[in-house]
Every structure is written in C-alpha cells, then in structure tokens.
Design a protein around this ligand. Sequence first.
Ligand SMILES: Nc1nc2c(c(=O)[nH]1)N=C([C@H](O)[C@H](O)COP(=O)(O)OP(=O)(O)OP(=O)(O)O)CN2
Ligand SMILES: [Zn+2]
Length: 121
Amino acid sequence: MYYITVENHFDAAHFLRGYVGKCENLHGHRYKVAVKLSSATLDEVGLAFDFRDLKNVLKPILNRLDHTLLNDVSPFDKINPSAENIARSIFKEVKAGIEGATLESVTVWESPESSAEYRED
Ligand SMILES: Nc1nc2c(c(=O)[nH]1)N=C([C@H](O)[C@H](O)COP(=O)(O)OP(=O)(O)OP(=O)(O)O)CN2
Ligand SMILES: [Zn+2]
C-alpha cells in the first residue's frame, strides 16, 4: 500500500463554548492540516495520487476557514470548533472531492504540540 500526505495551514480565531478555562475566551491559532491518502496501485507515471491534485482539493476548503472567527462559520456555528470537529469536517469535505484513492485521515494541529486526527475506521 502507498500512502501520501499533503499539509497546509490556515489562521483563524475561535473559542470553545462550555469549556471551563482559558479556551472559552476568544483566541487564535495557525492551524496546520495534514491529509493522508492511500492507494494500492500507482498510475503509469508512478504516482499513487498527484500531490498537486490533493492540494487543489484542500486549498478551497481551508480558504473558507482562513482569517475567520470559526464560531461564525458552518458547521462551527452549531458545533464547537475543537481540533477534533475541525478534522472531521475537513475529512468529509476532502472525501467528497477525491476519487481513485482512499482518504485515510485528516490531522489538525492547534499548536506544534497538540493535534487531533480523524479517521473513518
Ligand atoms: N482535545 C482537545 N483539547 C483541547 C482543544 C481541542 O481542540 N481538542 N482545544 C483547546 C483550546 O483551543 C486551546 O487553544 C489549546 O489549549 P492549550 O493547549 O491549553 O493552550 P496552549 O496552546 O496555549 O498551551 P499552553 O501549554 O497553555 O501554553 C484546549 N483543549
Ligand atoms: Zn484554541
């Protein structure tokens, strides 16, 4: 099996509703996002999935979130913009935009030390 990953980032503000502590207050992150695909086969060029095509799927998804207050942006106006919920939301959007490979996971870092990964196992 071949696995490929692309990374990108966006900057946004958020706060966690119902959180008791500093994260209930408005604050911001540079979110790093990694999207991982798998494929059992390679194309005639030797690619499991073109990095460029995956970047082109991910970019508009992140652009919708970039420089926003996430709590105002769907679906985070209804569910908390935790790293877990952001990862699941991006997973569903990426999945709708790719064919010919399997979407394995989306990982979202709020900081270099803290991340959440979503998979559909
Ligand atoms: N499982 C999760 N836990 C937390 C999330 C999350 O999305 N998933 N989010 C937060 C807050 O958004 C907060 O921004 C991060 O909290 P914390 O790590 O405490 O803050 P710092 O990055 O400033 O780290 P310090 O160690 O305090 O410097 C909280 N938890
Ligand atoms: Zn935060």
